[in-house]
Write a protein that binds this ligand. Structure first.
Ligand SMILES: NC(=O)c1ccc[n+]([C@@H]2O[C@H](COP(=O)([O-])OP(=O)(O)OC[C@H]3O[C@@H](n4cnc5c(N)ncnc54)[C@H](O)[C@@H]3O)[C@@H](O)[C@H]2O)c1
Length: 289
């Protein structure tokens, strides 16, 4: 009798995703659906439990929408609260709260745990990559990769090369995005890069228009969709992003550019105070309950 030789070659891609919120869940669905194993880490055990259910539902949705490669077995999912899971990863995707101090602390810790040469990705919306790279033992390993929401339905990702990002990390991120069938558009590092620098102040203005009583949220979205071809309207997009995350991103932009157009609109701040965070809380500009 012959036995098949053991395949002891290391996995080509094995991800650790940090943060089990809106984006951590979506990135995990994208990776699992493309056959990559994922270890999902969050500080909040309840978030992780909820994420497991959300991932099941979103995998079914992605499959139904033809967003996953047919015939590819799903990757294995593990979840946990310890960053130590990152030690065996080929790449770490950081998708924690949009706060520079929190991100710098997590990235610094993870940088001390992974094998040298491991790709570190930050999914920040607005914080300059080189600002976060300053917290790392090896800043050349960090690349910005701005997956859009939901990552398994949006085929393009904005890749951000920081001043200290190395060629090895750029090649590794290109290989990972190819495995995930995402098209990469690489841009220079700056607050908000391209997409958040343009989209987030636009959403802020849409909120101001509602705040000033010029139009309802429904009418703003109807005009932006019907006349200007915006796919969902800016305020439905705000609900999809999460209004707390949008306020955090606008604050980062305002602090780093001085652009008054990025100061979060009072209406956005009020919605956050009232817990109306958008789809994730059941209510934002619209009601999802
Ligand atoms: N929401 C979007 O549409 C969107 C799109 C692109 C990029 N982003 C960016 O992705 C990142 C995550 O955004 P989100 O919308 O998923 O946020 P979220 O608020 O839904 O989730 C953030 C998660 O991070 C966890 N977290 C906080 N500190 C942590 C730590 N030290 N270790 C592990 N987990 C920790 C929180 O418990 C929470 O579950 C942010 O940088 C955001 O700007 C968001």
């Amino acid at each position: 009798m012959t036995t098949a030789p053991y395949d002891d070659s290391p996995p080509r891609h094995a991800l650790t995703v940090l943060g089990a919120g809106v984006m951590g869940v979506g990135i995990t669905v994208l990776a699992l659906g493309h056959g990559l194993p994922v270890h999902l880490v969050d500080v909040d055990r309840e978030r992780l439990d909820r994420a497991a259910d959300l991932i099941d539902g979103e995998l079914r949705l992605a499959e139904l929408m033809g967003a996953l490669p047919a015939g590819t077995p799903l990757g294995a999912l593990e979840t946990g609260t310890s960053l130590k899971a990152a030690a065996g990863a080929t790449a770490v995707v950081e998708a924690v709260t949009e706060n520079a101090a929190i991100k710098a602390a997590v990235l610094s810790e993870v940088s001390g745990l992974v094998r040298p040469g491991t790709l570190l990705i930050t999914n920040t919306s607005s914080i300059p990559v080189d600002e976060l790279a300053g917290a790392l033992e090896r800043p050349e390993e960090l690349v910005g990769t701005h997956f859009m929401n939901p990552p398994y339905l949006i085929g393009t990702a904005e890749v951000v090369r920081g001043a200290r990002t190395g060629d090895h990390a750029m090649a590794a991120v290109a290989a990972l995005l190819t495995a995930l069938r995402r098209r990469a558009v690489t841009v220079r590092d700056a607050p908000g890069f391209v997409t958040s620098r343009i989209l987030h102040p636009m959403i802020n203005d849409a909120a101001r228009v509602v705040e000033e009583g010029t139009a309802t949220a429904e009418d703003v979205d109807a005009l932006m969709q019907g006349c200007l071809g915006h796919p969902t309207g800016p305020l439905r997009t705000a609900d999809l992003i999460g209004i707390d995350n949008l306020v955090d991103s606008l604050t980062v932009l305002h602090e780093r550019t001085g652009d008054e157009g990025c100061r979060p609109a009072e209406l956005l701040l009020r919605l956050v105070r009232e817990g109306r965070l958008g789809r994730k809380s059941g209510r934002g500009f619209y009601d999802y309950t």
